[in-house]
Design a protein around this ligand. Sequence first.
Ligand code: FMN
Length: 306
Amino acid sequence: MADLAVRVGTLALRNPFLLASGIWGESGESLAGAWAAGAGGVITKSIGSEPRKGYPNPTIETYPDGSLLNAMGLPNPGIDEYPREVEVARARGATVIGSVFGADAAEFARLATRLAASGIAALELNLSCPHAEGYGTEVGSDPADVEEIVRAVVREVRIPVIAKITPNSPDPAALAAAAERGGAAAVSAINTVRGLAIDTSLRRPVLAHGMGGLSGPAIKPVGLACVWQIYDRVAIPVIGVGGIATAEDALEYVFAGARALEVGTAVTQSGVAVFGRLAEGLSRRLDELGYSSVAAAVGAAHPARA
Ligand SMILES: Cc1cc2nc3c(=O)[nH]c(=O)nc-3n(C[C@H](O)[C@H](O)[C@H](O)COP(=O)(O)O)c2cc1C
């Protein structure tokens, strides 16, 4: 059986499939549920300095292929409340990766220090939410900002720092290179792709917030292209995310250059049982193709490194 265990910097994962941020991460119990179902690690919701209710409904539009357009508005209980949920998940044995969002380097660094104290194994920086004014893409689209934020966080914490890159920029690989310069242990790509749906009867956007972020099968080619370009540009590990629902999707990402993978929308459709299916399916496909491990297959579709 192919070895599914992977290392992302110093972070050791029992398999490459991580629960993506913002999905199923409401509570420590739900994080622990994804772990018990076979996830290689679980990423928390993105946590900010204060509790946030998020945007009013409707916040989600669904498409026939299973893709989603969402503008949740980063609802979260805030940094004073959330760390106890991490402790619940850790007590159940889960490898927990934190996620934070802030408006500038100082806020990211403060949040990182607070969440790191809860015993998370690594920290992902949400530099890429496409629909929260003042956060996410607004602070994650400029390579200089990305480098400054990552550097400020790396200075404060001893755990691996993962920069989550937006696809809503002309050159996502330049953002990844900036994160690497700032000291990131890895980059994850991608967050959702900016999108819009219009209600023609009401002559207004379907989502209350207007713009949203697209996820699920529709964005897999976008995610693959970003991972491919980032893999060519940086030496640090790349975590692939966007439209992964089957082992074949996962293998495409691994061949494009991903060392680990995040799964979001597929969990909303199929529940956490998807993690067991993905791990078993990827192991089988690697065996069929003659790979002894995930690590041996990373980037295999790149001509120069195949
Ligand atoms: C409802 C919803 C909420 C999300 N919330 C967050 C979040 O809080 N932080 C974050 O970094 N990404 C968030 N994301 C983005 C996902 O983590 C992921 O990057 C994206 O959905 C693409 O992966 P997928 O196609 O597997 O869903 C959210 C996505 C969805 C659909």
